[in-house]
Each structure stands twice: as C-alpha cells, then as structure tokens.
Ligand binder design. Structure first.
Ligand code: NAG
Ligand code: NAG
Ligand code: NAG
Ligand code: NAG
Ligand code: NAG
Ligand code: NAG
Ligand code: NAG
Ligand code: NAG
Ligand code: NAG
Ligand code: NAG
Ligand code: NAG
Ligand code: NAG
Length: 726
C-alpha cells in the first residue's frame, strides 16, 4: 500500500518537477492543473491519508476531496453511498459512481443537501449501482486542489474525469475517448440510511429542472441525515444547485433511481435525477456546479461569482492550489524527513477543512432556527482572549448569553446565587440523551437540571453522565472567560466557581473520577463515559490542572499516576479525551517525562501511509495534536492564553502570522535525535518554565531550544503553573 500511495503522490510532484525543469514554474494558470503555483508544502499533502483502516473506528475517516480551505462544499469521487460512519470514498472499492459535492467533512457527521454529477456512456443507467464505472488507483491523481481519474467503462473507451473547486462551486471536466452516447447525470435526492440504524431509511423528495437553452440542470435536495434528531425538524433545510454545461444537449430526461422519464424537463420525486446527452462528436464537457443552502438563484449567483463563464478548469485548479499555498506556506520546516513533511502538511490540510464557510453574499441558512439569518461570526472564548478581531464581541456575548439563558445556565437576576434556577432543555430530567437519540432536539447542557442543583449530571437520569459533568465544568470556565472579556464580571465569577464542579465526581476512595446517581451515590467506575474510561476522564480537567493535581495528592503522586496511565496501556491517542494527557507531566514538574511520551505517541500513532491516522480525524483533531506537538507546544486549556511546552521535532520551524505580519523562528538543532530540552530562550531572554503565552508566540522573533539526548531538569520548577488557569 505505501508503494501505491507513493505513486499517486509522486506523479503530481514528478510532473511539477518536469515543468519546473523547463522553466515553467508558476506557469500561467491555463497551462497545467497541478504543480503551480510552486509550493513544497502543498506538494506534501496526501489527501489519501486517513482513508485506510479496516473499521470506521480504526481509521482517520478522511476522504480525498478537493476544495479550498474552509470550503462550504468539498468535491469527492464517490465509490459508495455515504452515511454516518461511512465515507463516500473508500479506497477498497473499484468503481466510481459520480462526483459528490459533499457537506460531510468527517466520518461521524451525517451528510446533507448534496449534489452528485456522474458521467456516463451508452445507454443511460442512472441508479447508483448501475452507473458505477471501474477505475484503478494507478490512474488516479489526488492532490489538495485537483483530482483526476481515468474511468474505464466495461463497453470500452475511457472517460477522463477531473475536478477542482472553489468554496461554493465545483468545477468538473469529462473527456470522452472512444465511447458513444456521452452523457452526464445530475442527482438531486436519494433515499438514505439515517443514523447508523440500517433499518431506518429516509425518503427525500427533491426537485430537478433541465434547461436546454441555458445548458443548465438545477435542483434542490432536502436530505439531512440527522433528521432523526428533533422534535425540531428544520423543514426548510435543503441544498440547492445549478450545474452549467459548456456543451449543448441533444436529448434529456429525468430519472427516479433506474426509471427513465425521457424528454421530461422537470420532476419532483424521490431519488430524482436529470440526465443530458451530448452530440456524438463531443469529446469534452466542462461543468460548473454552484451550490447554496439558500436558493437556486443564490446557487447561480455563487456560480457566477466564483467561477464565471470562460474560466478554465486549469484556472480553478490554480486558484484552489494557491488558496492552499497561501495557508500551508505560512509554516516552513527544516530538518523534517519527507514522511514527516507529508504528515505535517496533510495534517495542516485536514485541520483547515473546518469549520466550513456558511455565508453566501453575507447571508446564511441556520439549521438552529430553520431560517436565513444575517451574518454573525461564530464565537469562541479562545478567539477573544487570543486577540482575534473582526467580529462584534457584544453580538458574540449575546449569542453565548442566549445559549446561557435559554439552554445553558441561569436567569440573569439569579446568576450570583448558588441555588439559582436554571433553564435546561425541555423534558431534561426524563430524557436519557443517548448517542443520536431520536426525537431529541438541541441538547446543549443536557442534564443541566441536576448539574445546576448538585454540581453533577445524574447517571440514573442520563447517558454519559460522568463525561457530561466534566464537560460542563470546563464549559462553565470557557463561558466565564467570555463573560469576563465582555464586562459581565458577576456572571464570570459565578461560572468560574461552578467550573470547580469536576471535584464533585472525584471519588476519594478510588482516586478516579466516577459518575454519580442523582441520590449522590457513586455509580461505578465503568458508567457514564463517552468513548473513554475512568483513566482518560480522570485527567479531563484542562482548566484547573493544579486543582486536579491536588486531588491526586500532589505532584509526585500525580506523576506516578501518569506513569501508571501510560505504562499500563491506558492512554488512547486514537480519540480526543487523551490528547492533552502527556502535556500534564510538565504541569506537575516533570516535563522530561512528557517529552518521552510525546515523541513515542507521534511515532506510533501517525505515519505517511493511507492508514496513517490511528483514530478518527474528526474535525482535524488527530492532526492538530501532531502539528502542535511537532512544533513544540500544545494548548492544554484552549480557553486560556497559555501553551504547554513539549518537545519540538525539527531543527527549525518558521511561522509567519498573517494577522500582524510577524515571524517566529524556532530552532531546535539536533531535535531528531534529542527529544529533551536543556534550555529555552525567546529573543535572548531565558524562559525557565514550560509555558509560552499566545502573545509571546505571535509577537515573533527567535525561539531557541537547546536540545539534549538525555532527560534534563529544565522546566521542572515552574512557579507560574500553580497560579495559572491550567
Ligand atoms: C472500507 O471498506 C471496507 C470494505 O467494505 C471496510 O472494511 C472498511 O471498514 C471501510 N473503511 C472505512 C473507513 O469505512
Ligand atoms: C466504533 O465507535 C462507535 C462510536 O463511538 C461505537 O458505537 C462502536 O461501538 C465502535 N465500534 C467498534 C468496533 O469499536
Ligand atoms: C432503529 O429503527 C427502528 C425502526 O425505526 C427502531 O425500531 C429501532 O428502535 C431503532 N434502533 C435504534 C438503536 O435506534
Ligand atoms: C434502484 O435501482 C437498482 C437498479 O435497478 C435496484 O437494484 C434498486 O433496488 C433500486 N432501488 C430502489 C430503492 O428502488
Ligand atoms: C416543467 O416543465 C414544463 C414543460 O415540460 C414547463 O412548462 C414548466 O414550466 C416546468 N416547470 C418548472 C418549475 O421548471
Ligand atoms: C458536432 O456535431 C454537431 C451536430 O450534432 C454539429 O452541429 C457540430 O458542428 C459538430 N461539431 C464538431 C466540432 O464537429
Ligand atoms: C430567581 O429566583 C427566584 C427564587 O428562586 C425565583 O422566584 C425567580 O423566578 C427567579 N427569576 C427568574 C427570572 O427565573
Ligand atoms: C416532552 O415530553 C412530552 C411527554 O413525553 C412530549 O409529549 C413532548 O413532545 C416533549 N416535548 C419536547 C419538546 O420534546
Ligand atoms: C473528597 O474529600 C474531600 C476532602 O476530604 C472532600 O472535601 C470532598 O467532598 C470529597 N469528595 C467527595 C466527592 O466525596
Ligand atoms: C442511589 O440510587 C441508585 C440508582 O438508582 C441505587 O442503586 C442506590 O441504591 C441508591 N443509593 C442510596 C444510598 O439510596
Ligand atoms: C508542582 O509542580 C508545579 C510545576 O512545576 C509547580 O508549579 C508547583 O508549585 C508544584 N507543587 C508543589 C506542591 O510543589
Ligand atoms: C501506520 O499507522 C497505522 C495506524 O496506527 C498502522 O496500522 C500501520 O501499521 C502503520 N504503517 C506503517 C508503515 O508504519
């Protein structure tokens, strides 16, 4: 498998190399769809990484999709129908059934509002199964910005399919060679499995319209695989699209699964598609597909804005690649092996796929209130305290506060009283909230009723009660930061105090966190955890590590507990709850021990093959851990301004910060064989504690790590830790 992968990737690099050897680097966009503009970083993205693995859990759950960073829609060759826990592309498959504009960035999220464009030859056989055309990985090129594959129909000949895209428009091109009756099918709706309950099929009624004059197929797809969640149904949700072709149609029709409705121009139905045939002499069809969550008109406007008529696929691919180069080139590595660069830049590519853009000309559809709302930037406490600007902090606070008053915490006049009433979700005490429970709507702070009264979520009332208690305790901290930043000091104080609730489920007798029943009794060590166990969750206090260490009897016994956790095989890097744990050593006076663990996790759980992510990437978190760790620090508490220093992997890393134009140069000479830190200076000033502030980092300059082959005492006595919000 590694050899095969190498071939996919090397092809792109090889072609780029040939062109640059001829002096064609930074070729005019019209000349070649890959390789320009030049970017070593983008050349090291391998979009196949994370698609392997023999179970949805043991895999990254990633797909080789193309789109710019943070794109609203990504485009991917579809080898199977995708659901929650099934990706649309699976490298074990041997047929491609179309190219999907997908909104399912991660394996555990449901799909919604897609459009699928499938080339075909000969008789139109539109059902998903029947329209599949064989391909082989040897004839596939997958890069961050451009994808191509040679489809080889059983009837002979070849269809060369290519795509690139902007945030809201897919650009596809089909070159027909030695085939007859070339046609293209556009699918609006399909019947889908909802949740991972295979017996439950949702029927989606979509629309399709064909306009031969405009050479367009447009439509609407209301599919939303999380429609089992409710009671609120988001009835107005739909994906809209306009596919515009550069070739005239000679005949057309609509289809419902495998039934053709020849000559029909429009249809509203389940499994509804449109197909158009081109003149026999057609060798190439270019199609651009604008998508929208607002309307067909908006989809058409998005198409005209982002990929206007006359734009070649090469230009789109160039722009997509440039968008990636603009981001990935901001971090340059020296002393990294080729594989390490591939892991790094592929990881960087994954992390910048989220969150995805939702706005269209300043408007967006909100699934939370089922309406087109005005544009509001999303808010996180981290953005505020790290000085991210460009959004209205009062509006942001109002958003959190609305959550706070409606779903999350307390009514304002009662905020400062400990026993203040809360406003939990409707039917809170009688709803179990198991994973993707049908009929349950917004479940932010599910179980809040008891949490607000007693400080913990009741294990006899709700699923995942232990994890929820720890999450809410952290969330209270995060909202307190936002409240403080926006001048709501009383709210901040109240929530900061409530963020200590993690202590309420620490079982003094066992030394582990343990969920509790509503009557206060402990519920047993295996009850109430989300994808984890008592080991991972006992460390799940990111916002008050000194407090956690105290519960565990102080630094020495906490370090022993960490050793027991790692040596006993309890650490699980394949899932988020464990990711901060190796960094906790540094906060208990043993940074060197953390450095050993970090290096070992990075080597074991990641590599540059298709199986290179040991667990689900989710929203880029697996890779984000590797990126931060390789650079040398990690945000243990993302709602604070502090990063904990780990063990940089490379001789040199240069980071440019686009916001302020500054550059940070980290050097760690010999890091490859020297995992331990002997000393650290920032712009000549000695740093003796294993902490870096966001400000120190983004103000740039020279960060110099003196590395060592053997464990060092550097950072083992950090007075600041005890007083930090870590
Ligand atoms: C890919 O398909 C194979 C064969 O059906 C399956 O075993 C594997 O779990 C799939 N991979 C993922 C990530 O779903
Ligand atoms: C995979 O993960 C899901 C979601 O966490 C879980 O329900 C399922 O049991 C896991 N399956 C395996 C085989 O581990
Ligand atoms: C799956 O769906 C069936 C039919 O709707 C339902 O009876 C069953 O309870 C569901 N199972 C789960 C685990 O949701
Ligand atoms: C769709 O058509 C295919 C091919 O004829 C058939 O196997 C399948 O059962 C049909 N599916 C539905 C839901 O009608
Ligand atoms: C549907 O097609 C018919 C002609 O077959 C046309 O008169 C009608 O306007 C079309 N409706 C829509 C919504 O495109
Ligand atoms: C292709 O065939 C159509 C008629 O089907 C004709 O109008 C057109 O000129 C031909 N184009 C080329 C490039 O031969
Ligand atoms: C505040 O708390 C008091 C006493 O519990 C209660 O009577 C009052 O309704 C609360 N106010 C709001 C707005 O919930
Ligand atoms: C609350 O529970 C009642 C009784 O089961 C049910 O009729 C009602 O629809 C539920 N309300 C919501 C918003 O879930
Ligand atoms: C654990 O012990 C401490 C100190 O005696 C006590 O304050 C705390 O309430 C105990 N925790 C629980 C959950 O019983
Ligand atoms: C507390 O509740 C649990 C679960 O309902 C029950 O098993 C246990 O016996 C109760 N403990 C006490 C002391 O009542
Ligand atoms: C534990 O270690 C941290 C980090 O070095 C330090 O801040 C703290 O003072 C230590 N605690 C004790 C009780 O020595
Ligand atoms: C890459 O990592 C995966 C997941 O941890 C592992 O199964 C596979 O053996 C590794 N491959 C290589 C070549 O190290």
């Amino acid at each position: 498998m590694p050899g095969l992968l190498l071939r996919f990737m090397k092809f792109a690099q090889y072609v780029a190399l040939i062109w640059s050897a001829f002096g064609y680097d930074d070729l005019p966009a019209s000349k070649f769809p890959i390789g320009t503009p030049k970017s070593d970083a983008v050349d090291h993205v391998n979009p196949m990484i994370g698609n392997g693995g023999d179970s949805p859990n043991g895999s990254g759950g990633m797909i080789p999709s193309t789109a710019p960073p943070f794109a609203m829609t990504r485009w991917v060759a579809q080898t199977r129908e995708n659901y929650v826990s099934v990706t649309p592309y699976n490298q074990t498959d041997d047929k491609i059934h179309g190219f999907q504009g997908t909104h399912q960035p991660a394996i555990w999220m449901g799909e919604s509002g897609t459009v699928i464009v499938a080339p075909g030859v000969g008789t139109v056989t539109p059902s998903f199964e029947d329209r599949g055309i064989p391909f082989s990985h040897e004839e596939e090129v997958a890069t961050a910005s451009y994808y191509s594959v040679k489809l080889r129909p059983d009837s002979g000949g070849m269809v060369f399919a290519e795509h690139a895209s902007t945030s809201r428009v897919g650009h596809l091109r089909f070159t027909f060679e030695d085939v007859s009756e070339p046609h293209v099918i556009v699918q609006a709706s399909r019947n889908t499995v909802v949740s991972n309950n295979v017996s439950r099929i949702a029927v989606n009624i979509g629309d399709i319209q064909i306009s031969p004059e405009e050479q367009e197929i447009s439509g609407r797809n209301p599919e939303r695989q999380d429609d089992i969640l409710g009671p609120f149904t988001a009835n107005h949700f739909a994906g809209y699209f306009v596919a515009r072709f550069n070739a005239p149609f000679v005949s057309w029709g609509t289809a419902t699964n495998d039934t053709l409705h020849e000559n029909e121009l429009n249809r509203t139905d389940q499994q509804v598609m449109g197909y158009v045939r081109f003149p026999e002499n057609t060798t190439q069809v270019d199609v651009r597909v604008g998508v929208s969550f607002i309307s067909i008109e908006q989809a058409r406007a998005n198409l005209d804005n982002e990929i206007p008529d006359g734009t070649s696929l090469e230009e789109t691919a160039y722009n997509t690649r440039k968008a990636w180069a603009d981001k990935l080139d901001l971090i340059q590595l020296e002393g990294a092996t080729d594989d390490q660069k591939t892991i790094f830049y592929t990881g960087f590519f994954h992390t910048l796929q989220y969150p995805n853009e939702q706005d269209e000309d300043g408007r967006y559809y909100s699934g939370y209130d089922d309406q087109i709302a005005t544009h509001v930037d999303s808010l996180i406490a981290e953005a505020m305290i790290k000085g991210v600007t460009g959004f209205d902090t009062d509006v942001a606070y109002a958003g959190v506060y609305k959550d706070a008053t409606v779903y999350v915490f307390l009514c304002v006049e009662n905020l400062t009283t400990a026993n203040a009433p809360s406003r939990p979700p409707v039917n809170d005490t009688t709803t179990q909230y198991y994973d993707r429970q049908e009929g349950v709507g917004v479940e932010a702070r599910a179980g809040l009723t008891l949490y607000a009264q007693k400080g913990f979520v009741g294990a006899d009332q709700h699923s995942e009660a232990g994890s929820r208690t720890l999450d809410y305790s952290f969330d209270d901290f995060a909202v307190s930061v936002v409240a403080r930043q926006t001048g709501h000091g009383d709210v901040a104080d109240f929530l900061l105090a409530r963020s200590k609730n993690y202590q309420k489920i620490f079982n003094n007798d066992t030394g582990f966190m343990e969920a509790r029943f509503s009557n206060g009794s402990f519920a047993g060590e295996d009850v109430g955890w989300t994808e984890g166990d008592k080991w991972a969750y006992t460390f799940d206090v990111m916002h008050d590590v000194p407090g956690l260490i105290e519960l565990k009897g102080g630094n020495a016994s906490f370090v022993e507990f960490l050793d027991e956790h790692f040596d006993g095989g309890h650490n699980d890097q394949t899932n988020e709850p464990s990711h901060h744990i190796p960094y906790l050593y540094a906060l208990a006076g043993a940074p060197d021990k953390g450095q050993t663990r970090i290096r070992s996790i990075a080597a074991i759980d990641y590599n540059a093959t298709i199986d290179g992510l040991a667990g689900n990437e989710d929203c880029g978190q697996m890779s984000a851990w590797w990126l931060f760790s390789s650079i040398g620090f990690y945000p243990v508490n993302p709602s604070s301004t502090l990063y904990v220093v780990g063990s940089p992997f490379f001789d040199k890393v240069t980071m440019k910060f686009p916001g302020n134009g500054k550059t940070l140069v980290l050097t760690a000479t010999g890091a490859a064989t020297k995992p331990y830190i002997r000393s650290l200076t920032l712009n000549g000033q000695s740093i003796t504690e294993p902490l870096l502030s966001h400000e120190q980092i983004i103000n740039g300059g020279e960060l110099v790590f003196e590395m060592s082959e053997k464990p060092e005492l550097w950072g083992s006595n950090s007075a600041s830790v005890a007083h930090s919000e870590l």
